[in-house]
Write a protein that binds this ligand. Structure first.
Ligand SMILES: [Fe+2]
Length: 122
């Protein structure tokens, strides 16, 4: 049984939306703490914050699914994400710069051949 959008129209919908945002905020906070910990030489603590951030992201995704934040048929969204995450590297004119974070990002690559096939098929 899918949990997609089951909170829609229920008394729980607003709470689920607020919890989703709180978990997303927790994700950002823990990743920021991990970065700050590394900057300050606490290399042993940073992975703990990263794990906490990962868990918060899972929780945020759970609530996002409950309220149907993203489409159940997600492949068109994934195709758009892939283009954004690779910064349109194929189509980008050579002198145009992408908005890049301070660190150099690796292009999103799909490891699973099944996923690759699904993306190109739809
Ligand atoms: Fe959480």
């Amino acid at each position: 049984m899918s949990i997609f959008n089951i909170a829609k129209g229920t008394e729980f919908e607003d709470l689920a939306r607020n919890l989703m945002q709180a978990e997303a905020n927790g994700t950002m906070m823990y990743y920021a703490l991990a970065r700050l910990a590394k900057e300050q030489g606490y290399d042993d603590i940073a992975p703990i914050f990263i794990e906490a951030a990962n868990q918060e992201a899972v929780h945020a995704g759970f609530y996002a699914t409950l309220i149907g934040k993203y489409p159940q048929n997600f492949w068109s969204l994934v195709r758009g994400l892939e283009k954004a995450e690779t910064c349109g590297e194929v189509k980008r004119p050579s002198r145009t710069r992408c908005a890049q974070p301070v660190f150099r990002r690796q292009p999103m690559r799909w490891k699973s051949s099944r996923v690759r096939k699904d993306i190109t098929a739809s």
